[in-house]
Design a protein around this ligand. Sequence first.
Ligand code: MN
Length: 509
Amino acid sequence: MTRKIDIFDTTLRDGEQSPGCSMNSQEKTIVARELIRLGVDVIEAGFPVSSASDFRAVSEVGSIAGDKAVVAAFARATENDINVAADALKTAARPRIVTGIGVSPTHIHDKLGLTEDEVVERAAHAVAHAKTLVDDVEFYAEDAGRADLAYLVRVIQAVVDAGATVIDIPDTTGYCLPDEYAKIVKHVSENVKGIENVKIAVHAHNDLGLATALALAGVRAGATQIECTINGLGERAGNTALEEVVMAIRMHGDILDAHTDIVTTELTRASRLVSRITGMSVQANKAIVGANAFAHSSGMHQAGVLKSRSTYEIIDPAEVGASGSDIILSARSGHSALRHRLQELGYTFEDEAFEKVYERFLEIADQKKEVYDEDLESIVQEHQREVASIYTLNALQIQCGDPLVPTAVATITDEFGSKHVVSATGTGPVDAAYTAIDKVVGIESDLQEFAVKAITRGIDAIGEVTVRITAPDGRVYNGRGSDNDIIVSSAKAYINAINRMIQATRSRS
Ligand code: MN
């Protein structure tokens, strides 16, 4: 039997730190449910001291995870951070506090303004303090990739002595080459007394495009936990992509002496869900989950694949849940068929909420006849977004064409239930709709990006719009909306981004 490698997912903590990818607590619980279906071992749910909303997210993820996954909360090496993390984890059956401090020369001197001795002391104190609150304490040696090796061993020895159960050796800046990183992991595993009783974790970033290679090199060198995110979401160039390390381990488990418990058939769904919720699209040629990951276009390759898939395909698309969507429902499908399919996709609803989803399903089914899984997920997510909304679009009427002046009339309800009917003209229909929405909202924001995508096949497909706006304080927010009518999708996406901006501003104050 090969070594079991724990998959520590940090989509909800390191991942959501990407610009514009922040998720509210409700969105985090949706992702957490999918992570549970995927079978991840640890869900790092957030950084509780950073905001009330992150605190709530950690608590909520703790209560839905039960004993299915360890729920981790992030904390800097201060008593206050650690206390707040422990409070947020009260709901978790298997809580873990993740605490740590910078250990590279630039982190110690430039960022923290401390001496080497002080950092060792703080690290050990933080772990000892966390141990008084929970049993499972992970220590991260921030920027270990650029640390002095002898010093790294000294810090880690101190935290192992203080009772840490997991030691994370991150290449925080994505600086290392894989074999150099492996040497660091190996050096720690050979020079820290008692290390055989703790788990070694690797955590890498993709600044040189090496995040997956780094994690695998770390596993070969002795690590048994990989910290990663869905779609490689994360700061700058991102983190190690969960789907990539999982499939590499599945393919080369013998050489790596490793296996994971991930349900790989959920990978595609998890990827789409995270992309949809964060508004961060996945590049078409992304390994494992990109739209072209299993597409063959050269004639020679196609001929080969037709004879035997294995000629040019190392992974069966079905293994990662990418075997294409089948037509499953139509307007004639009743309540129970829809409820059943939604359950299979992992969504359950109270009766009242289900009725709303069913109504929306009928509308879509009337318009486009064949309803795919992707359509259902879009309906569900649309519904889940609405629940959290401050402004809701009730109606939108557009007049446009050549030589008309594009005009929009929008009806919008605010959180207090007041209806606003506004009209505006613009350079085009989307501009007119957005100007009308701005009149109600009254907050200036800058539209940075606007993209339309068909979710499923055919001319009647649902159009999904993603927008990216910059708030007056410079923060970036994504919004998504979907509808058969792309102008309506556009308005929904814009309102969604505005709602997120307002929610985030409130949760910070
Ligand atoms: Mn990181």
